[in-house]
Design a protein around this ligand. Structure first.
Ligand SMILES: NC(=O)c1ccc[n+]([C@@H]2O[C@H](COP(=O)([O-])OP(=O)(O)OC[C@H]3O[C@@H](n4cnc5c(N)ncnc54)[C@H](O)[C@@H]3O)[C@@H](O)[C@H]2O)c1
Length: 416
């Protein structure tokens, strides 16, 4: 068996805790060894530190990631960065300046200019960094994309995403950066589209990438209407339409302003068949001639599998990370152009918004009447909610040539 990869994890709480648990499992199987970790509040994670057996594993604990890198960089093969979005760029830069590749949680950043700086900095690492979009490595997804590229389903006509993920009001106060557009001069742009459901948005761009298996749609034009029901800086509801440079139209409808069960579905519309892909549930290929292929998608241990896949690449056994920083250009540009196109984030008319109490959870959800119907009308017929009851002007067409207006758009949204 190959020697375990030596790892540093920045952070202990939130999703960093999930990485700790995944690395512990991989360490027990001989794939990894946690060398060091840090958190500004490391002492408040005493229980977790015992649960993860940090002392008996000989893991060094720091309060500052710079001290960790100074002391341990020579004993590391990679650094895991699962911290708030606005800290990703500086932590990535510090690690790669020492030659260390990074497992960086999605989204890498939501600022197109910062992404370019990160791509340039990444060339200093011994191997490319990986961005943790969970579902690109799914075997069934990769096999279907191969079939799509081989022409089995005929030409790609379009693709749509619907995702309704209820979030209680408390979700937006769980940390300082939830629902924020900017903090301390740094772009955050946290939203359902750019963060919580980023996986599905990146997946849809992946289906429409026609230049080989690991390719994502290149954008030609974007139109968007952004809304909020919650009292936050950013948007909690997105309607976005993008034309790719290959002439394929993608429509995305995502929201946190709903109640009840979560749902999500990626739909790929081809000349001879329609593919419906619901992560964690099933995939269905419905042929025009009446045949139906239905495959259950077993829940898979996304973190462990993505770690292992990245280790294979770092050991020279795989050609590329499943998503590199450069592969994130369409996703980040789509977020920025959606904000430029929408120009402002509109309040969903108050008469449509009500509070729903979940007694079991003891939590309150904002529910928007007509949300599911608005998703359907937009995805199927291209009807924008602004002109069909939600009372706002249409978004303007934003092309990649206009992405330089992104920062002034955020200024305007913040009223500065
Ligand atoms: N892949 C997934 O399925 C998935 C799921 C949830 C979150 N995420 C991503 O993980 C990242 C973190 O999200 P979160 O909700 O866990 O955030 P969070 O605010 O809970 O922060 C995560 C950790 O970063 C630590 N941290 C903050 N500042 C730090 C600093 N200066 N130095 C070291 N550590 C610091 C925090 O203490 C915490 O331990 C985001 O990019 C998010 O999108 C991914």
């Amino acid at each position: 068996m190959k020697p375990p990869l030596r790892i540093g994890i920045i952070g202990m709480g939130g999703f960093a805790g999930s990485h700790h648990r995944a690395v512990l499992r991989l360490e027990e199987r001989g794939h990894a060894r946690l060398v060091a970790t840090c958190d500004p509040h490391a002492d408040s994670f005493a229980v977790e530190q015992r649960e993860w057996h940090l002392a008996s594993r000989g893991v060094r604990v720091f309060h500052d990631y710079r001290a960790l890198l100074d002391a341990c960089h020579a004993q590391l093969d990679l650094v895991v960065v699962p911290t708030p979005i606005q800290l990703h760029a500086e932590m990535h830069a510090a690690a790669v300046s020492l030659g260390l590749p990074v497992y960086l949680e999605k989204p890498p950043t939501l600022d197109y200019a910062e992404l370019e700086r990160m791509i340039a900095a990444d060339s200093r690492a011994r191997r490319q960094s990986f961005v943790g979009f969970n579902f690109i490595i799914e075997r069934h997804r990769l096999a279907l994309k191969e079939r799509l590229l081989a022409g089995e389903f005929g030409a790609l006509r379009g693709a749509t995403l619907t995702a309704l993920w209820p979030r209680p009001g408390s979700y937006f106060s769980r940390n300082q950066w939830a629902g924020r557009l900017r903090i301390d001069g740094r772009i955050v742009l946290d939203s359902c589209f750019g963060n919580a459901m980023a996986h599905f948005v990146h997946n849809l761009l992946f289906w429409a990438g026609g230049a080989g298996l690991f390719s994502w749609a290149q954008l030609a034009a974007v139109r968007a209407e952004l809304y909020r029901a919650h009292a936050i800086e950013g948007a909690d509801t997105f309607f976005v339409e993008a034309d790719s440079t290959l002439g394929v139209t993608l429509r995305f409808a995502t929201t946190h302003a709903c109640s009840g069960a979560s749902s999500h579905c990626e739909m790929v519309l081809c000349e001879k068949a329609v593919i419906r892909y619901s992560v964690g549930s099933h995939c269905e290929v419905r042929w025009n001639d009446g045949r139906v292929e239905r495959t259950p998608l077993e829940p898979f241990d996304a973190l462990s599998e993505n770690h292992l896949e990245y280790y294979r690449y770092l050991r020279g056994e795989g050609e590329r990370p499943a998503t590199s920083l450069a592969d994130c250009r369409p996703f980040v540009a789509l977020n920025d152009l959606a904000h430029i196109s929408s120009r402002r984030i509109s309040a969903i008319p108050a008469r449509q918004v009500s509070t729903v109490r979940d007694e079991k959870e003891q939590k309150d959800y904002l529910h928007v009447a007509g949300m599911t119907a608005a998703h359907e009308s937009f995805l199927v017929k291209g009807l924008w909610p602004g002109q069909h009851g939600w009372e706002r002007e249409p978004g303007e067409v934003a092309t990649p040539a206009e992405i330089g207006r992104f920062h002034e758009t955020v200024d305007a949204m913040l009223g500065r």
